[in-house]
Ligand binder design. Structure first.
Ligand code: SF4
Length: 154
């Protein structure tokens, strides 16, 4: 398991899941799995969130909502698709209104398969997101530094 050096705030959005994966995400927040031991807080505000956990597939009804949530999150950010429906549409992928997994609407960084995804896998996905968050954060700082230096040179 990766060393946890940051307290990531997560936001959970249920795309169109059967609620099986949502129950497991909520189980992670209970004292039994206690994801808060990593400093994780579940927030309802995308502007405060570092990691977006999405369950369920993307369909014609929720596509714009998924995009709006993603766009409201500030950089750096990580998206975790939880459960096989979020990964590729799962058993619902042939439904008339289902577009597929979450990556049909927004970029997905981490895929956590399973039906339902197990709490241990969800926690692993969140902890893996931390390394990625750190990497993205360092790249962003470097970009900002270069932009500042370019301004100075002008
Ligand atoms: S992966 Fe399984 S448990 Fe999770 S939302 Fe899809 S059907 Fe439900």
């Amino acid at each position: 398991m990766a060393d946890v050096t940051k307290s990531p705030w997560i936001m959970h959005y249920d795309g169109s899941s059967c609620n099986g994966c949502d129950i497991e995400v909520l189980a992670c927040l209970t004292p039994l799995y206690d994801i808060e031991r990593f400093g994780i807080i579940n927030t309802g505000n995308p502007k405060h969130a570092d990691i977006l956990l999405i369950t369920g597939s993307v369909n014609s009804q929720n596509e714009s909502v998924v995009k709006q949530i993603y766009e409201q999150m500030t950089e750096p950010k990580v998206v975790c698709a939880i459960g096989i429906c979020a990964c590729n549409g799962g058993v619902f992928k042939d439904c008339y209104n289902v577009l597929g997994g979450v990556d049909k609407a927004i970029p997905v960084d981490i895929y956590v398969p399973g039906c339902a995804a197990r709490p241990q896998s969800i926690i692993d996905g969140v902890v893996k997101s931390l390394d990625l968050l750190k990497e993205k954060s360092e790249k962003l700082s470097e970009k900002r530094k270069q932009a500042k230096e370019a301004l100075k040179d002008e």
